[in-house]
Structures are given as C-alpha cells and as structure tokens.
Design a protein around this ligand. Structure first.
Ligand code: IPE
Ligand code: IPE
Ligand code: MG
Length: 248
C-alpha cells in the first residue's frame, strides 16, 4: 500500500512544488542542462501518479518562471519543446488516471506550439475529476497579483465593485487560482530555500518543506516523506498550541 505511514484523514488538499535542480543534476553527470530537464519528466510522472493515488485534489508544479526567459535561448527552446512533447505523450495517462490538466501564468507569451499543445491537453482532460494538475508556466506571483489589481481597478471604474468593501477573499477571486484552495504544503527540491516568485499570495499559511534531493532524483518515497513531515506539524494560524489541542 502506498504510504502506509500517512494518515488519510490529514492529507493536504493541495500540494505545490518548486521543481529545482535539473541543471545541477545534469552537470554532476557531465551532461548538458537539457539532459536534466528530460529526466525531470520522470519525477513529474511519479509524483503526479503518487498524488492522485493518495487522494490529493490539486498538485501545482512550477515548470517555468517568467524570470526563466533570461536563460540561454538553447535551454529555453528545449524546455518549450519538452513541454509540447510531454503534454502530448502523457495525455493518455492523464485520462486513464482521471486527472484534469490546468495552467497558470501568462500563456499568451509562450511559443504557439507550446500553447496549442497545452490547450489541447486542458481541453481533452477537462471532465476528469480525481485530481487537478496545475502547471505554472511563464508564471510569476507578482505578475499575477498586479493582474488582479488591474482587474479590480477596472471593475471599480465600471462601478461593478466597491473597492472600499473588498476583503482578502474577494481579492483571491481575481487570481488565476480562484477556484483552487491555497496549498497546505509547498515543497522545493535541490536545497535552495527560497520562493522565487511562486504563489506569493496563496502560500501565506503553507507549510514549507525543503529537501536537498535534486528534482530528477525525486521519487514517490521523497514525496511521501514530505507529506509525513507535514502531518507532524501543528498548524496554528496565529492561535496558541493549547487552543489548537482543545479543538482537535
Ligand atoms: C529547475 O531546474 C527547472 C527549471 C527552472 C525550468 P534548474 O534548471 O533550475 O536546475 P538548477 O537550479 O540550475 O540546478
Ligand atoms: C524556480 O527555479 C522556477 C522553477 C522551478 C520553474 P529557478 O531555478 O529558476 O529559481 P532561482 O532563479 O534559482 O531562484
Ligand atoms: Mg534552479
């Protein structure tokens, strides 16, 4: 049985992952960085499958940040082609496992082929209900927040909303994650301990888990270990430990 140490009653609904370390993984083997990205796909497949089997409802993977455009063009192009290829190849498996594909980020700036295969994947899996796999592509949290602010300003000029009564929950409704609960757990691989412009608003109260494992080496057992660690934490949301223990 998958993850027998895991308490099925205390699973995160949403797990977000900053998949990092592909370049270093490749370098360790004397290979070009792109080799690491290709092997990263195996980790994506394993983790997606494990998450669905466990009953996680949303899995968000940071695949390409807005800042990643500043990498050498050979790497950017390879990543964009890899995305097309992966979405096409994995489509049947996504459907077999009843997984819905979604994307967040500024998709309009992606190469046409990448965007088209992504839309095809989203369209072909839209009725799946077991889990939603969200790819963050050309994503930046500050971009997302500014976009939300622009939409709010616009709606307020058109007198559709009154900004004076706007609350945090209303603001969330203008983000690209509006129908998705905030992640309870955020994992980053490769030993880096930073957020790199990912889901800044949504991780306000997420538990953070950092592992030295490089993304292409990340497997089910590492994923389960992160969830077990999450389950050992006391989420206090500003309250005292005594208050939490009394209500649980
Ligand atoms: C993460 O691995 C994948 C992307 C950012 C697309 P990196 O490519 O950042 O790998 P390192 O951090 O250079 O090792
Ligand atoms: C963050 O990784 C982006 C993705 C995982 C897609 P980076 O490797 O680009 O992050 P920094 O630049 O080292 O912070
Ligand atoms: Mg990196």
């Amino acid at each position: 049985m998958l993850g027998s140490d895991i308490n099925p009653d205390n699973l995160p609904q949403h797990i977000a992952i900053i998949m990092d370390g592909n370049g270093r993984w490749a370098k360790l083997q004397g290979k070009p960085r792109v080799f690491g990205h290709k092997h990263g796909v195996t980790a994506v497949r394993e983790v997606t499958e494990a998450a669905a089997e466990l009953g996680i409802k949303y899995l968000t993977l940071y695949a390409f940040s807005t800042e990643n455009w500043s990498r050498p063009s050979i790497e950017v192009n390879a990543l964009m082609s890899l995305l097309v290829e992966t979405v096409r190849k994995e489509l049947a498996t996504l459907n077999k496992n009843n997984i819905r594909l979604m994307a967040i980020g500024d998709l309009s700036k992606l190469p046409d082929k990448t965007r088209e295969s992504l839309y095809e994947g989203i369209e072909n899996t839209r009725n799946n209900t077991r889990m939603t796999l969200v790819l963050a592509l050309n994503y930046s949290a500050r971009w997302e927040i500014v976009e939300a602010a622009k939409k709010i300003a616009d709606a307020s000029i058109r007198k559709e909303i009154d900004p004076n009564v706007l609350e945090a929950q209303d603001f969330s409704n203008y983000l690209s994650t509006r129908d998705i609960p905030d992640p309870e757990l955020l994992i980053r691989t490769s030993g880096e301990q930073r957020i790199s412009n990912f889901l800044l608003w949504q991780i306000a109260y997420s538990e953070l888990f950092f592992t030295p494992v490089l993304w292409p080496d990340f497997r089910k057992e590492h994923f389960l270990a992160a969830i077990t660690d999450y389950q050992s934490r006391e989420r206090r949301f500003g309250k005292t430990s005594e208050q939490i223990l009394k209500t649980s």
